[in-house]
Design a protein around this ligand. Structure first.
Ligand code: FAD
Length: 350
C-alpha cells in the first residue's frame, strides 16, 4: 500500500482487494472508494456530497481493469475498466447494446477516466438500463469472498432504500450471446448484422407529454438487428446533445425479429435516467409478449408495452424534468423500441 500526504483528504492506494477492505474497516467505512473520480468530483463541486476525509483509490489493484471472454462465452469486465477501454476492447464487440450506451456517456476525456464500475456503483449511471437488458451479474467483495448478485436484484434493493453499499465491486459479467439470456449480445457480430446510431432533436412535447421538462431535449437513438433474429435498441434523452447524463434512457433487447409473432419471442426492457436507480420493466415485457402472441402484430405489442410501462415505471422528478414527464417519455421510447425491433425497422430513422 502507498500512502500520499495531500492538502485534501488522506489518499490510500491499496494493491489488493483484501487490503482495500482492511483499510475501509480501519477507517470505519469513512474511506470512500474512488475509481476515475469523474462523478465524485461533480458531486463535491455541486455540494451534493461533502469531500470525505479518506479516499480509497482502487486504480492500483491488480487485475481489476481486465476485460475478457470467459470459457462459457460470457464477458467479464473488471470494475476499474474505463468506459473507453470497454468500448475499444475487441471482446466487447459481441455486446453492441452496451457499447452504444457507453458511447453516449459524457465525452472522450471523461470516458478515458471514468470506469464502468463507478458508473454501476453510482446506481444511476446511464450504462445500467443496457446492463439490465443484458442480464448482467455483479461480483462483489465483502472482505471474505467474491459473491455474485444479479444487477436487477441489487438495483431493486437500492430502489427500496437499502443502506449505502459497503462492499467493493470487483466485476460485472454479461451472459453469452445467443438467446434470451444473452439478450442482444450477438447483434454486432459480423454477418448480417445491421447496427448504427443517430441523433434527433426532440422538443419537450415529443409525444412524452408536454411541459414536464425544461427546454428542448436532444435524443440519441441506436439499435440493430442480427442474422440470428435478435435485436436491440438504445434510447437516451438528455438536456443537450452530448456531455450530459440522461433525463430518460431506455434499453431493449428481443427476438426473433421476423416473422412477427414467431414462437419463442422474448423481450427485455429497462428504463433509467435521473436520480432514481434504473428499473427492469417486467410488466411491460409480459404485456408486450402476450399482445404479440395473441395478435401477431408488433403495433399491438408496442401499445401494450406503453400502457404497462406507464403503470410500472417509477422515476424520480427533479429540477430538470418531473417524474410524470420521465414516465411518459420512457413508455414512448419503450413502445418505439418494441415496434422497431419486431418489425425489423430499427434502421429506418437513421
Ligand atoms: C462532464 C460530465 C459528463 C457526464 N456525463 C455522464 C453521462 O452522460 N452518463 C453517465 O452515466 N454519467 C455521466 N457522468 C458521470 C461519470 O463520468 C460516469 O458515471 C462515470 O462512469 C463514473 O465513473 P468513475 O470511475 O469516475 O466513478 P467515481 O466518481 O470514482 O465513483 C462513482 C461512485 O462509485 C463508487 N465506486 C467506484 N468504484 C467502486 C467500486 N469498485 N466498488 C464500490 N464503489 C465504487 C464511488 O465511491 C462513488 O460513489 C458525467 C460526468 C461528467 C464530469
Amino acid at each position: 500500500m502507498s500512502l500520499k500526504e495531500t492538502a485534501g483528504p488522506l489518499l490510500l492506494q491499496p494493491a489488493t482487494l483484501e487490503e482495500a477492505w482492511r483499510l475501509r474497516w480501519r477507517h470505519g467505512f469513512a474511506a470512500l472508494p474512488v475509481a476515475g473520480g469523474t462523478l465524485l468530483r461533480t458531486q463535491w463541486e455541486n455540494g451534493v456530497l461533502a469531500p470525505p476525509s479518506v479516499l480509497l483509490d482502487l486504480r492500483r489493484i491488480g487485475g481489476l481493469a481486465d476485460i475478457g471472454p470467459q470459457p462459457d462465452g460470457s464477458l467479464r469486465i473488471g470494475s476499474q475498466a474505463t468506459l473507453s477501454a470497454v468500448l475499444k476492447a475487441p471482446a466487447s464487440a459481441g455486446w453492441p447494446l452496451l457499447r452504444e450506451a457507453l458511447r453516449m456517456i459524457a465525452a472522450p476525456g471523461v470516458r478515458n477516466l471514468g470506469t464502468l464500475g463507478g458508473n454501476i456503483a453510482s446506481a444511476v449511471g446511464d450504462s445500467l438500463p443496457a446492463l439490465l437488458a443484458l442480464d448482467a451479474e455483479l461480483e462483489w467483495y465483502d472482505g471474505a469472498s467474491l459473491a455474485g448478485q444479479s444487477l436487477e436484484a441489487w438495483l431493486e434493493e437500492r430502489r427500496a432504500g437499502a443502506a449505502p453499499e459497503r462492499r467493493l465491486l470487483a466485476a460485472v459479467t454479461l451472459p453469452a450471446p445467443g438467446g434470451a439470456a444473452g439478450a442482444a449480445g450477438a447483434a454486432g457480430e459480423a454477418g448480417g448484422a445491421s447496427e448504427g446510431s443517430g441523433r434527433a432533436r426532440a422538443a419537450s412535447g415529443n409525444g412524452a407529454g408536454a411541459g414536464g421538462a425544461e427546454g428542448a431535449c436532444a435524443a440519441d437513438f441506436s439499435g440493430g438487428h442480427a442474422s440470428g433474429g435478435r435485436w436491440h435498441a438504445w434510447r437516451k434523452i438528455g438536456r443537450r446533445e452530448s456531455f450530459t447524463p440522461a433525463l430518460v434512457c431506455v434499453a431493449a433487447a428481443g427476438g426473433p425479429a421476423a416473422p412477427v409473432g414467431a414462437p419463442g419471442a422474448w423481450l427485455r426492457l429497462a428504463a433509467g435516467g435521473g436520480s432514481a436507480p434504473p428499473q427492469r420493466l417486467r410488466l411491460a415485457e409480459r404485456a408486450a409478449l402476450a399482445a404479440l402472441a395473441a395478435s401477431g402484430d408488433a403495433a399491438r405489442a408496442a401499445a401494450a408495452a406503453f400502457e404497462a410501462a406507464l403503470t410500472e415505471y417509477a422515476p424520480a422528478g427533479d429540477a430538470f424534468a418531473d417524474a410524470d414527464y420521465r414516465r411518459r417519455c420512457a413508455a414512448n421510447l419503450a413502445a418505439a423500441a418494441v415496434w422497431e425491433g419486431w418489425t425489423a425497422r430499427g434502421g429506418e430513422r437513421r
